[in-house]
Design a protein around this ligand. Structure first.
Ligand code: HEC
Length: 299
């Protein structure tokens, strides 16, 4: 059948559209983007109240003087934490993951409108039998999240996700089972919140999803407008999750721009675990055309 003019017009419009979309968010050539290993670990019950309590945690004073978690605990890409202590009954009454720590290779790139972040890791499947599990369908075996800390959160540049981690949050011993993580003195309109994007795996390729949320007075699992997509693949036991995010969004999206360094942390839930039974990183800086632990490459 000869191609009709109307068909031709549609074809042309279609290819123009895909060109335009390509300009909007073109995946970077990841082989040219350096990797920074960041360790994630099972942190037991060590909320901010424990971290800052005199006599409980040796780092409290240093933190008050402006030192960072990673400044004291990271050495040449390794963490100097006492994992026997972290797995012991005092700091982990339920029993945490057998694999206490694993590395996540982090890469980042940006263009005029977007940030691209890629996490590559081998997720252990040995979270403790007692840990609460995801029991919905589809089952999200694996979840990977990046949390950005807005600039006016207390100790934003020092503590990463710990800013949202409190002793009265669900799954902490004796806490209200409905209480979600929160920021003390939160203000969504004034840079006092954290912003997060999460990818969740699906079973047999179905059911994978992503979400763009924030934490202010409470954690909200939606409403973010910055995340364009998150894609994950697992091959030979190695998972790669790629986030494409607009540099700016709306309320609850940490505004980013070239020249800025944004504090962030990573959390991976493996083995269908939920709540605090994740492996989490300390706080790091993402440099967007600026200094940082992870430097986003301009493209
Ligand atoms: C000034 C240095 C310093 C800073 C900053 C610091 N810590 Fe620590 N941290 C220590 C020391 C020393 C210990 C071990 C002894 C103790 O707990 O008193 C420790 C212990 C811990 C432990 C228990 C495991 C262990 O090795 O004993 C965890 C978990 C921990 N820190 C997490 C953090 C987090 C999270 C932050 C940031 C919110 C942080 N630390 C900031 C010095 C620091």
């Amino acid at each position: 059948m000869p191609l009709k003019r109307s068909h031709l017009a549609l074809l042309l419009a279609g290819s123009l559209l895909s060109v335009a979309a390509g300009v909007q968010a073109a995946a970077p050539d990841w082989s040219k983007v350096p990797k920074r290993n960041i360790q994630v670990f099972h942190a037991g019950v060590t909320p901010m109240e424990w971290i800052t309590k005199r006599g409980a945690h040796g780092g409290g004073n240093g933190l008050r003087k402006g030192e960072t978690c990673a400044g004291c605990h990271e050495d040449a890409g390794e963490l100097n934490l006492d994992f026997e202590r972290l797995a012991g009954k005092d700091l982990e009454p339920v029993g945490g993951s057998k694999t206490m720590m694993f590395p996540v290779a982090v890469q980042a790139a940006y263009d005029a409108d977007h940030l691209y972040m890629r996490l590559t890791f081998k997720a252990p499947a040995d979270a403790a039998a007692e840990a609460p599990r995801e029991d919905k369908t589809p089952k999200h075996e694996l979840k990977a999240a990046v949390m950005f800390v807005a600039s006016k959160v207390p100790m934003a540049n020092q503590v990463g996700c710990w800013a949202t981690c409190h002793d009265d949050v669900r799954s902490m011993p004796g806490a209200n089972k409905d209480k979600k993580k929160y920021i003390a003195g939160a203000n969504l309109g004034d840079e006092t919140f954290t912003d997060y994007m999460q990818w969740k795996s699906g079973e047999a390729g179905a059911g994978a999803m992503f979400l763009d949320g924030h934490v202010a007075e409470a954690r909200v699992n939606k409403d973010g407008k910055a995340l364009v997509k998150a894609e994950g693949v697992t091959q030979g036991g190695e998972t790669t999750v790629t986030f494409t995010r607009k540099l700016t969004g709306e309320a609850g999206d940490v505004p980013m721009a070239e020249g800025k360094a944004i504090p962030f942390g990573i959390a991976i839930h493996t083995d269908r675990t939920v709540y605090r039974f994740h492996h989490v990183s300390l706080g790091y800086m993402l440099g967007i055309g600026a200094e940082g632990d992870v430097k986003a490459v301009k493209q």
